[in-house]
Design a protein around this ligand. Sequence first.
Ligand SMILES: [Fe+2]
Length: 171
Amino acid sequence: MTVVRPGLAELVAKVRQPAGGSADPRATAFAVADVLRENLPSPRILTEEERLGDPDGYVGHTLHAEAAFSIVAVVWRPGQRTPIHDHIAWCVFGVLQGVEYETLYRHDGDHMTEIGRTANRAGEVSGFAPPGDIHRVHNTGDGTAISLHIYGADLGATPSSVRRIYDLPVR
Ligand SMILES: [Fe+2]
């Protein structure tokens, strides 16, 4: 059975030019964020079953991968969160449903220091690039959140967009 993903083909076509267009990862992320903001799909880019999430943890669905970028939709039930991590490449994310809570950290040798918090609501799009992208995403709300992530990496060839997990105390 072919899964219909409304808006995906159009988004891929529009992201391709800015994703491959600049040697500066931060500028690329901002240009891709502009495209995603104008072409943000509805949560129906996922099937009804995918939108339910999983009680065992947040779930990522890789919807597209090519040399310059990949598109991953993530479903978070209330209380689900990532470890503290950073990425191998620039990243853009847009919230399709609910609220995605993000905490930023600084790596201080033997511990982590919290340096900021943002609550990203449905319709909001952000872009960033390493270094300085150490973060945790946590659904502290009471509804299921869905976000779309575009990474500047080929997740068909590379198993993960994560560079490192920081399993250190937060002080
Ligand atoms: Fe991340």
